[in-house]
Design a binder for this molecule. Structure first.
Ligand code: ADP
Length: 260
């Protein structure tokens, strides 16, 4: 029975090692897959604005004197928009890797919410490619925040981007800015972006701020992205000493609220 017991123990050890090996291989595969998915997505995201800007530029180069100014301006505007998009993408990717370094610095300044929101809304309406209706409610009108201009604009940009992307058809967006009194932080500025889009299921809500997380839905691939936007929002607003929260109802819409 001694031999029997020993072989049993060896068998148990062997099956454990085998299970462990299989698990490691499977894990590595998913990580590899994630990396390649990410590379594919990001390459695609970067290719599009380059191709569009290239084509617009090409059209401009082939213009002669007789061409109308409006036509030329149209192509110049396309170039400008695509370059902006490209620079935002690159900036976000860089910020994400920079954020982990000690050299990362914010450059806070007093920013007028009225001015920033107005500019961003206009930009997003231009590039949306579908009707976007917005209502902005800032009280008091001269409300400001102390924040890094680039990163703060990117934070709002991401929320507006999502509100448009995750609204089927026309987008209806409400932007609301208020001063609020909080128990923990004293006076804060609260900015919320509400949409009446597809919404997010309760069990998915806790994951949406994770790096690379995208809600798995049937039509996920209709909407481009790589699950970094909200991770960036959370990381950057927390760098500012602020916070982000979300309320959402599937099929009804979502409200993202940042406090700073
Ligand atoms: P991306 O939009 O690139 O996928 P994000 O990090 O911005 O990445 O968002 C993560 C996920 O959260 C999205 O894939 C989407 O499933 C969900 N999501 C974000 N914003 C909204 C929104 N306004 N309405 C519905 N779902 C949203």
């Amino acid at each position: 029975s001694g031999i029997l017991a020993t072989s049993f123990i060896i068998l148990v050890i062997l099956s454990f090692s085998f299970w462990f090996l299989i698990r490691t291989i499977l894990k590595q595969k998913t990580l590899e897959e994630m990396k390649s998915d990410f590379t594919n997505n990001i390459t695609h995201e970067l290719k599009t604005p380059i191709a569009v800007a290239y084509a617009a530029n090409d059209a401009l180069l082939n213009f002669n004197q007789a061409e109308e100014k409006t036509q030329r301006d149209k192509y110049l505007r396309i170039c400008q928009e695509q370059l902006q998009r490209l620079s935002r993408l690159v900036e976000q990717i860089l910020s994400m890797s920079m954020e982990r370094r000690r050299t990362f610095r914010l450059h806070p300044e007093e920013l007028s919410l009225q001015e920033i929101v107005e500019r961003l809304v206009e930009q997003h309406k231009l590039k949306a490619g579908k009707p976007v209706h917005t209502s902005t409610d800032i009280e008091p009108q001269d409300l400001t925040v102390l924040a890094d201009r680039t990163h703060f604009s990117n934070i709002l940009s991401n929320l507006l981007d999502n509100a448009i992307k995750y609204s089927n058809g026309e987008a209806e967006i409400d932007i609301r800015c208020r001063r609020i009194a909080t128990m923990e932080q004293g006076e804060q500025t609260e900015i919320s972006v509400s949409d009446r889009g597809i919404g997010i299921a309760p069990e998915k809500l806790k994951h949406i701020f994770d790096k690379f997380y995208r809600v798995p839905t049937g039509n996920l691939h209709d909407v481009k992205g790589y699950g970094l936007g909200l991770f960036y929002v959370k990381t950057m607003i927390e760098k500012h000493g602020g916070s982000v929260s979300v309320k959402s109802e599937l099929g009804k819409g979502s409200t993202f609220t940042i406090r700073i």
